[in-house]
Design a binder for this molecule. Structure first.
Ligand SMILES: Nc1ncnc2c1ncn2[C@@H]1O[C@H](COP(=O)(O)OP(=O)(O)OP(=O)(O)O)[C@@H](O)[C@H]1O
Ligand SMILES: [Mg+2]
Length: 248
């Protein structure tokens, strides 16, 4: 479970809060989607939740472990896929996975099994011996997804993970998300794609200008709109009303 309580963050040299008094609970056992327009604060929230950024105010805890008081323990519980993964281009793919497994202290047998399993699912087995710099964008994305799972974390946080994936890889990603929630783990991911949110998420939160404007199930979200209102128009209306605009 991820708990964010009254979390705010203003970047240096910025006049406005990127995240503004945000409170959100992401439970275990549910695929939890995070939606919002560009610049709404999704990546900032995710970086705060993973401990890559520190909040100005508020509390963050990971399975009950405080990110401020016990950052190492909290971070060990997390697998994180960044929106723009910066990988080490000169390392071979398998060397990078070994490096990440070393960081998390994953025993040899377990890491080998995880690498074999995910490489086969993501059709990466043939490129494990290649240098990361020679991989395509989608292959790098799949590699960073694999690396995030190598220590089998209870909490999986992904920022725009579908970007760059082909349909087969996107399918595998959704399958893995479902397997993990069925095993009682936590899955939290951001997306711009409404169809993905609608098909994949059990619950979702919508953020606009740093504040949560909706958090709940898809059914609850739909109940806020008219009978035949699409998720897209509901989303756009929520965004507009938070920004104080009227949509014709
Ligand atoms: N490193 C930074 N320095 C200064 N301001 C930043 C920085 N990163 C983000 N911001 C600002 O913080 C706000 C939230 O940005 P954030 O990247 O969290 O949005 P986002 O919802 O992830 O957007 P997108 O959908 O485009 O990925 C924006 O106003 C953005 O300009
Ligand atoms: Mg972002």
């Amino acid at each position: 479970m991820i708990e964010l309580e009254g979390v705010s963050k203003t970047y240096a040299k910025s006049a406005k809060k990127a995240v503004d008094g945000l409170s959100l609970i992401i439970p275990n056992g549910k695929i939890f989607g995070f939606l919002g327009p560009n610049g709404a604060g999704k990546t900032t929230t995710i970086r705060l939740a993973t401990g890559s950024l520190s909040p100005d105010e508020g509390r963050i805890s990971i399975d009950g472990c405080s990110m401020a008081e016990n950052p190492l323990e909290a971070k060990k519980k997390i697998g994180f896929v960044q929106d723009n993964p910066e990988l080490f281009n000169r390392l071979k793919a398998h060397e990078y996975l070994d490096f990440i497994a070393d960081v998390f202290g994953v025993p040899t047998g377990e890491r080998r099994k995880a690498v074999e399993d995910y490489a086969s699912r993501f059709e990466l087995s043939d490129v494990l011996a290649s240098s990361i710099g020679s991989l395509s964008r989608g292959m790098k994305q799949k590699l960073s997804i694999m690396a995030s799972l190598i220590h089998d974390p209870p909490i999986w946080i992904l920022d725009e993970p579908m970007v760059g994936l082909d349909p087969e890889a996107a399918f595998q990603l959704k399958e893995i998300m479902r397997e993990r929630t069925l095993a009682g783990k936590c899955v939290f991911f951001s997306t711009h794609v409404m169809e993905v949110a609608e098909k994949v998420c059990d619950e979702l939160a919508i953020i606009v200008v740093g504040r949560i404007v909706f958090s709940g199930s898809m059914t609850e979200l739909k109940a806020q709109g008219g009978r035949d209102e699409s998720l897209e128009s509901l989303f756009l209306n929520l965004v507009d009303s938070e920004r104080g605009e009227e949509r014709p």
